[in-house]
Ligand binder design. Structure first.
Ligand code: 4AD
Ligand code: MG
Length: 461
C-alpha cells in the first residue's frame, strides 16, 4: 500500500495527486454538498483537511458515518484552500473506510484531563498532547545520539540483568526463574545456586559500573537504555522503569564532567527548538506559557555552579519554612532543590561536593575527607535532572570506602581491578531521559511523558 505521510502531503505543492491515510479527528458536513474531514496520522502536529464531495458513491453509505477515531485511506488532488487555517486541502476522489470507531470511542471531547487519558494509555497517542510527546521523545533521543557520536563517544549497551547494585540504595527488582511458591532452600537460606544464573541477579538501576570498564579502554563511551528502580515513590518525577543516558569519560575530572553536562543539555535544547517547532508551539500555548522563550534563554546562558556547603548556607539564610530540616550532612530534599534552582538561581544550577555519607561508594573522596566529587544538575520545575561524579580511581581509597559501606570485595573484584591495572582519573553522569522530556515540554507529570509508565501498583494499560 503506497501512501504519503500527512507531514509530506502538507508540504507538497497544490495540483499533486495523493494517497494518504489516517484517523479522523472531526467531520463537518456543509449544506453545499460537501463534508470536511480532519485527518491526522501523527507524522506531524497538523491535520489534513479532506474535502469530500457528496457525489462520491459511498458518501451516504460510509462517509456520513465517519466518526472521530475512524481510519480511512483517501486518494485525491491537493488544492490550495480558501480557508484560513490551512494552505492546502485534499479533494477526495476516493475515500476508503478501513475501520469505523463507534460512539463509545473514548476520545470524543477536544480536551480530556491527563488523569482520564492515563486510563486510555492505549489510545492517548492519538491526542494532540501525546502525539507531540511521542515526536519530541524521538527527536530528543536522536539529539542524544548525535551529540555523543559527533564527539567520538562510543555507544555501548550495558547489561539490563546485573548482579551489582550500582547506587547501593537497595531499590532492586529481582530477576529469577525460581518458583516463588516453592523456593529451594539449603541450611535455612534460599539456594540461589539453583537459580538461572547461579547467584542473585537484578534489573539494572544504572549502567555506570559496567560503563567504566569500557571507558577505561575506549576513552569516551555512553550508554542509553532502560533502568529500573523499585522505589516506592509516588511522585510526579519518579518512574519504576525509565531511560537513562550515561556517558563515562577517561581523563575527565569533575569540572570537565560538569562542562560536558551543560553543553549536552544546551545542545538538546537547541535541537528541539530547531526540529520540534510546531510541537513546542503547542506546549507553549497549552502546557507552559513562555516555554519556547525559556528554552531559547537556557540554550545561551551559563549554568551556575555551587558547592553543597554553599547551598546549605543559602537555604539556611533564606529563612523559608521548609518541611524537611536544612542541615549540613543531610541530603537535599526536592523542596530544597527547587528553591535553589527556581528562586535563588532562577535557572539551572550544578551543585557539587556533597557529603560522603549521602552519596554512593564510587565517588572520588575530596582532600577534606568528608565530601566527594559529586555533581547534581538541578533545573526549575523538575529538580534533579542529572546526577554524576568523578570516580574514585585510587585503589586503597576505594577499597576502604567499600569496606566501610559493607560491600563485598569479592563481588566487586572486577571493579577494583580497574584500579589495579592502569587506573586513570575518570568521570561520568546519568541523565534521566523522561525528566529531560518533562523539562523541554513543560509537562507536569512524568507519567505523561512516557508512553507506558510503570509506577508502584501500575504496570499495564
Ligand atoms: O542520580 P542517579 O541515581 O545517578 C546514577 O544512577 C549514576 N550511576 C549515574 C552516573 O553517574 N552514570 O540517577 C541519574 C538520573 C537522575 O538525576 C534522574 O534524572 C534520573 O536518573 N532518575 C529517575 N528518573 C525517573 N524516575 C526515577 N525513579 C529516577 N531515578 C533517577
Ligand atoms: Mg541522584
Amino acid at each position: 500500500m503506497k501512501r504519503a505521510l500527512i507531514k509530506h502531503v502538507l508540504s507538497s505543492p497544490a495540483g499533486e495527486s495523493i494517497t494518504t491515510g489516517g484517523w479522523v479527528r472531526t467531520r463537518r458536513d456543509s449544506r453545499g454538498g460537501f463534508s470536511f474531514v480532519e485527518l491526522n496520522d501523527g507524522s506531524c502536529f497538523a491535520s489534513l483537511q479532506v474535502v469530500v464531495d457528496a457525489k462520491l458513491e459511498n458518501y451516504e453509505s460510509e462517509v456520513l458515518h465517519l466518526s472521530t477515531g475512524s481510519s480511512v485511506l483517501v486518494e485525491g488532488i491537493l488544492q490550495s484552500s480558501p480557508g484560513e487555517k490551512q494552505a492546502t486541502e485534499l479533494h477526495a476522489r476516493r475515500v476508503q473506510v478501513l475501520g469505523l470507531a463507534p460512539d463509545d470511542y473514548p476520545l470524543q471531547k477536544k480536551r480530556h484531563s491527563f488523569e482520564f487519558l492515563r486510563s486510555q494509555a492505549h489510545l492517548r497517542a492519538r491526542t494532540n498532547t501525546f502525539g507531540a510527546i511521542g515526536r519530541l521523545r524521538s527527536q530528543v533521543s536522536f539529539a542524544i545520539h548525535s551529540f555523543f557520536q559527533e564527539r567520538d563517544f562510543c555507544f555501548i549497551p550495558t547489561p539490563i540483568i546485573t548482579a551489582s547494585d550500582c547506587e547501593g540504595a537497595g531499590h532492586l527488582f529481582r530477576v529469577t526463574t525460581l518458583e516463588l511458591e516453592n523456593l529451594p532452600r539449603e541450611n535455612g537460606r534460599v539456594a540461589y545456586e539453583r537459580d538461572f544464573f547461579g547467584e542473585p541477579v537484578y534489573l539494572s538501576v544504572s549502567g555506570q559500573l559496567e560503563g567504566e570498564t569500557q571507558a577505561l579502554a575506549l576513552s569516551n563511551i555512553y550508554t542509553f537504555g532502560p533502568t529500573f528502580r523499585a522505589e516506592n515513590s509516588n511522585t510526579s518525577r519518579h518512574l519504576a522503569e525509565f531511560w537513562m543516558v550515561e556517558p563515562e569519560m577517561a581523563f575527565y575530572q569533575l569540572e570537565d564532567d560538569a562542562r560536558l553536562a551543560e553543553e549536552f543539555l544546551k545542545c538538546i535544547f537547541r535541537h528541539v527548538l530547531d526540529r520540534c517547532g510546531e510541537d513546542l508551539k503547542f506546549f507553549d500555548q497549552w502546557i507552559e506559557k513562555g516555554l519556547i522563550k525559556r528554552l531559547e534563554v537556557l540554550a545561551e546562558h551559563d549554568f551556575e555552579m555551587l558547592s553543597y556547603s554553599d547551598a546549605i548556607d543559602i537555604l539556611k539564610k533564606s529563612k523559608k519554612p521548609f518541611e524537611f530540616p536544612v542541615e549540613w550532612g543531610r541530603d537535599l530534599q526536592s523542596e530544597h532543590e527547587r528553591f535553589l534552582t527556581e528562586e535563588h538561581v532562577k535557572g539551572p544550577v550544578i551543585v557539587t561536593d556533597y557529603p560522603t555519607e549521602i552519596k554512593a561508594f564510587y565517588m572520588r573522596l575530596n582532600d577534606d575527607g568528608r565530601t566527594v566529587r559529586a555533581m547534581d544538575v538541578l533545573v526549575p520545575g523538575v529538580g534533579e535532572i542529572i546526577g554524576g561524579s568523578e570516580r574514585e580511581e585510587r585503589f586503597d581509597v576505594l577499597k576502604e570506602r567499600m569496606l566501610k559501606q559493607g560491600l563485598s570485595l569479592e563481588d566487586y573484584q572486577w571493579y577494583l581491578d580497574l584500579r589495579r591495572f592502569g587506573s586513570v582519573p575518570h568521570s561520568g553522569f546519568g541523565l534521566g531521559f523522561e525528566r529531560l522530556v518533562q523539562f523541554v515540554s513543560g509537562m507536569e507529570n512524568i507519567r505523561d511523558v512516557s508512553p507506558f509508565p510503570r509506577t508502584p501498583g501500575h504496570a499495564g494499560f
